[in-house]
Design a protein around this ligand. Structure first.
Ligand code: MTE
Ligand code: MO
Length: 412
């Protein structure tokens, strides 16, 4: 191609360069008279603050947030599975582990984030407040990251402690979308800070031995605080540590039949319907429907499975459940249980957790039960009497209680 001599050779490159120059051009500093209070030079004098300290806290926090994000994303995908997603029915306690880890890493992050914010907050008052457009953008990005991280920890703690009135939004949606904001902000933040942090971490410490609190002691204190929070809460899901779980909102082992209750029958407004002698469990297939009363349900082959309830709130507890296999019920209406999924609905007329879908991997699993008994006794009303779903490796929100109808669309 022959170029006209007047055509700029690198038009786009020049424009980018110009844009970059414009972004980095120093902005005029505000009048010095505004430099008051915390904006004065030398106000923050703690010698404990250093890039090394901030970097070390950042690495620990990044690790915690990374685990927390991945396990949280997994929990979201299990509850709202897109077409490409697949979640196995085994090992039975995998979700119990990943969700326990999600809540534990989130809680352990609290002292880390506190210390990290303490180590950098003097930068809020750096002078001049903005040096360039690029600097302003970087500060705004850090602001979004800090706000998102605080939001995630605060809303998570409120949810775990079941303090819903304090949340004017639907927790899972807010928590989920803000997590993406935090991860985006975190990646940009790591990109910007990595060179400085690497340099500070590689350098041998030149810190003089101090008499007072030094960096190591501070880091030790933060680690101890994180460890203490973990130790006093993780017993809500690791049974041998339950004696230490003084800060956990839920103790496994409390509640009727030795198991915590998430929503009571009265809370779900199902008491009358659940105790009604005319109760039937309906199994609805493409061409056939069967209504089973309690006698019919107890007349079917009974199986027993040892399975945990693993609540998204981070507590979990194992129960010994006895009842009918879901796949046997599905077979009653002539549907092949090896390939079908099922919609399981409760007696509740409303409420977010009144129904759930059981995908094929879980439906065909011999441990997936419509449980009638817990620990050998008929289910307590609050645990889902007369019948509840209990399946391996599923979040508690998908273990529907007081079930009244199972609908199978037929083999796909
Ligand atoms: N119908 C119905 N089933 C439900 C719920 C509900 O609100 N309604 N809550 C779920 C949640 S969040 C959990 S953790 C488990 C807890 O079961 P449990 O109360 O028997 O321990 O029940 C699940 N089943
Ligand atoms: Mo739950």
């Amino acid at each position: 191609m022959v170029r006209h001599p007047d055509t700029p050779v690198t038009g786009r490159a020049t424009m980018l360069r110009r844009l970059a120059r414009w972004c980095l051009a120093p902005l005029p500093a505000p009048p010095v008279a505004l430099r008051r209070g915390p904006l004065r030079p030398g106000v923050f004098r703690s010698r404990l603050r250093s890039t090394r300290l901030t970097g070390q806290l950042g690495v620990a926090l990044g690790l915690m947030f990374g685990i927390c994000f991945v396990t949280g994303l997994l929990s979201h995908l299990i509850q709202h599975p897109p077409g490409w997603f697949w979640w196995p029915a085994r090992p039975v306690g995998l979700y119990r582990f990943t969700q326990g880890l999600h809540v534990a890493t989130g809680l352990a992050s609290i002292p880390l984030l506190g210390a990290k914010l303490w180590s950098v907050y003097p930068r809020l008052f750096s002078w001049p407040p903005v040096r360039s457009i690029a600097h302003a953008a970087e500060r705004a990005g850090t602001g979004v990251l800090v706000a998102a991280a605080l939001f995630l920890l605060v809303s998570g703690v409120l949810n775990v402690s079941r303090w819903y009135p304090a949340m004017p939004f639907f927790f899972t949606a807010g928590h989920y979308w803000v997590a993406w904001l935090a991860v985006g902000g975190l990646l940009v933040h790591i990109g910007v800070q990595l060179p400085a942090v690497r340099a500070a971490l590689a350098r041998p410490t030149d810190e003089p031995r101090q008499d007072g609190l030094n960096r190591r002691a501070l880091l030790g204190g933060v680690a101890a605080a994180s460890g203490l929070i973990t130790l006093t809460t993780v017993g809500q899901t690791i049974r041998p540590l339950s004696g230490l779980a003084v800060l956990a909102p839920r103790h496994p082992g409390t509640g009727p039949q030795g198991l915590p209750v998430n929503r009571t029958a009265d809370g779900a407004a199902v008491r009358a319907a659940a105790l009604d002698p005319a109760y039937r469990l309906w199994v609805v297939g493409p061409g056939r429907r069967v209504g089973l009363d309690l006698a019919a349900l107890y007349g079917l082959p009974q199986y027993t499975a040892e399975l945990p309830i693993a609540c998204v709130e981070g507590w979990s507890a194992t129960g010994t459940w006895t009842g009918v296999r879901l796949r046997d019920l599905v077979a009653l209406v002539g549907v092949d249980p090896r390939r079908s999924s099922a919609l399981v609905e409760s007696l509740q007329t409303g409420g977010r957790y009144r129904a759930c879908t059981v995908p094929p991997e879980h439906l065909r699993d011999p441990l997936t039960l419509v449980a009638l008994r817990l620990g050998g006794e008929p289910l307590h009303l609050d645990h889902g009497y007369p019948a509840r779903l209990i399946a391996p490796n599923r979040p508690g929100v998908l273990q529907t209680k007081w079930i009244s109808r199972i609908t199978v669309p037929g083999t796909r």
